[in-house]
Design a protein around this ligand. Structure first.
Ligand code: IMP
Ligand code: MG
Length: 176
């Protein structure tokens, strides 16, 4: 068990399961690229761990960048989404693969989609390590999904509770 401020978390998804999911996504993406070099764009802060492992599992050439946005406070999605910091690279004509740590309601993803729709990219794809199908409210298709989880609050592997827990190598869920 792990204590982060006022909340207790119990082990949920181990390293091996996470690594297998990351590896599978990396190969699915590579197969779909047909020789083209994609640019992976991670959504900070949470996706820094996923991106780091994903690009090292990626069996071909790729570029990596990050953007920053937030829609989350504590354990409940606020639905409010801030603006984007950080598309400095020239992404015109490129295959962009947006990488999220987790997709919950989909608010963040939808907002990012809107922003990237204005860029003249060749194609825009979305990847997430964790997905909560029961919480998802959007019609937007997610191209690459690692692990579907129930509508529970999790921490670890980049995901935080009040800024804590991102460094945990495995995933824990809120103790009920
Ligand atoms: P959405 O906009 O509701 O899909 O939420 C997306 C963002 O909320 C993610 O990028 C995370 O930062 C955060 N989030 C959603 N679910 C969880 C969770 O279970 N644990 C930690 N953060 C979460
Ligand atoms: Mg996030």
């Amino acid at each position: 068990m792990i204590q982060l401020n006022d909340k207790t978390f119990v082990p949920f998804i181990n390293k091996k399961t996470i690594a297998a999911a990351i590896n599978r996504i990396a190969h699915e993406i590579s197969r779909d690229m047909q020789g083209e070099t994609p640019i992976f764009i991670g959504v900070l802060n949470g996706a820094f761990v996923v991106v780091s492992d994903l690009v090292r599992a990626y069996p071909n050439t790729c570029e990596v960048s990050f953007v920053k946005m937030a829609s989350y406070e504590g354990t409940k999605s606020t639905g409010k989404v801030n603006s984007l910091i950080g598309i400095n690279e020239n992404i015109e004509g490129r295959i962009v693969i947006l990488v999220e740590d987790i997709v919950d309601t989909g608010n963040t993803l939808a907002a990012l989609y809107e922003i990237f729709a204005k860029e003249k990219v060749k194609s825009f794809k979305t990847a997430t390590l964790f997905f909560k199908p029961d919480a998802y409210k959007m019609d937007l298709k997610i191209d690459y999904i690692g692990i579907e989880i129930p509508n529970k609050f999790i921490v670890g592997y980049g995901l935080d509770y009040d800024g804590l827990g991102r460094n945990l190598p495995e995933v824990y869920q809120l103790k009920s």
